[in-house]
Write a protein that binds this ligand. Structure first.
Ligand code: NDP
Length: 299
């Protein structure tokens, strides 16, 4: 709908009868601007966010709820998704659902999606594949179990949740799939062979599905953060301290210095991009892998 079809606009025009044309236009623009400023970007949307119990997933859930979306949060630690669901429901008044779900287990994913559909009367309009793990080891010590853990969670977990959400999006002719990958999915780095391979896979999946589903009102994109200030990075710092004997401050400084901004990205910065990709404003962005890394990959 264009602004001039807005019933409020017609009312505003009537009230301004007799004013000079330029003043009318100015007042009208201000009133319309006021109306649109309050329109939330994700009203009447349901978002399912994996890994929504903390870190980036939690920040995305909060940002989506602030824009009016209902949110379903899925992770293995029940207490964490419960806490975030309660926090969001009380702060934003949107409907929330906490789902205990392991994305590395096909049955668990099916149960979680069925539970969500039952609660909300349908599948998600927006799927954020954010659940992920990151362990470090030199390649020689990357055993098959570690390799499989990363692929099962980061890549196959994304595949499974997407398969569960996509049919209804296709039927509806509208959908948003946002995969939280990593700059490690573009560049690689020492000691993260399993993680980097899984995230490269996520980008391949993103691009392929974007081409397949693009004609059906669905966009599929990836966000590639640099180091984000979350527990995942804190655990990485602990590992550096254990392995190298560096202090935690020195390890943190080393990570910050990988960015020309000399800082970690915040989860809220990643969430801000997720809101754009999930919204109507983001409909022209499809098949992209967008870095939120302060320019790290240029360094
Ligand atoms: P956190 O470790 O803080 O949070 C990860 C979330 O994923 C938790 O809610 C965790 O819950 C959930 N999760 C992990 N494994 C599973 C599983 N098998 N099934 C369901 N949920 C699972 O990490 P971040 O918030 O930092 O990371 C989120 C995403 O962002 C990940 O995909 C990560 O790879 C990516 N990323 C992070 C970066 C960083 O620097 N932090 C940089 C680039 C990308 P639970 O353990 O309870 O299941």
């Amino acid at each position: 709908m264009s602004g001039f079809e807005n019933p409020d606009a017609t009312e505003s025009s009537r009230q301004l009868t007799g004013w000079p044309d330029s003043t009318k236009l100015l007042c009208l623009t201000r009133r319309l601007g006021g109306n649109f400023a309050h329109r939330m970007k994700l009203e009447n949307r349901l978002a399912l966010i994996t890994g929504g119990g903390r870190g980036i997933g939690r920040a995305i859930a909060i940002a989506f709820a602030r824009e009016g979306a209902s949110v379903a949060l899925a992770a293995r630690t029940r207490a964490q998704v419960d806490r975030v669901a309660d926090e969001i429901a009380s702060e934003f008044g949107v409907e929330t659902l906490a789902l205990e779900c392991n994305v590395a287990d096909a049955e668990s994913v099916s149960r979680a999606f069925a539970h969500s559909s039952e609660q909300f009367g349908g599948g998600p309009d927006i799927l954020v594949n954010n659940a992920g793990i990151a362990e470090t080891a030199p390649f020689a010590k990357t055993d098959e179990a570690m390799w499989q853990r990363h692929l099962e969670t980061n890549l196959t977990g994304t595949f499974r949740c997407t398969r569960a959400a996509l049919p209804e999006m296709l039927a509806r002719g509208w959908g948003r799939i946002i995969n939280i990958a990593s700059i490690a999915g573009k560049t690689g780095a020492p000691y993260i062979a399993a993680y980097a391979a899984s995230k490269h896979g996520v980008l391949g999946l993103t691009r392929t599905l974007a081409l397949e589903a693009g004609a059906s009102g669905i966009t599929v994109n990836a966000i590639c953060p640099g180091y984000v200030d979350t527990e995942m990075t804190s655990r990485g710092i602990e590992k550096i301290v254990t392995k190298t004997g560096k202090s935690a401050d020195d390890a943190l400084s080393a990570l910050k210095q990988m960015s020309p901004q000399n800082r970690l990205v915040t989860a809220e910065e990643v969430a801000a991009l997720a809101v754009l990709l999930a919204s109507e404003d983001g409909r022209g962005i499809n098949g992209q892998a967008i870095n939120v890394d302060g320019g790290t990959v240029l360094f």
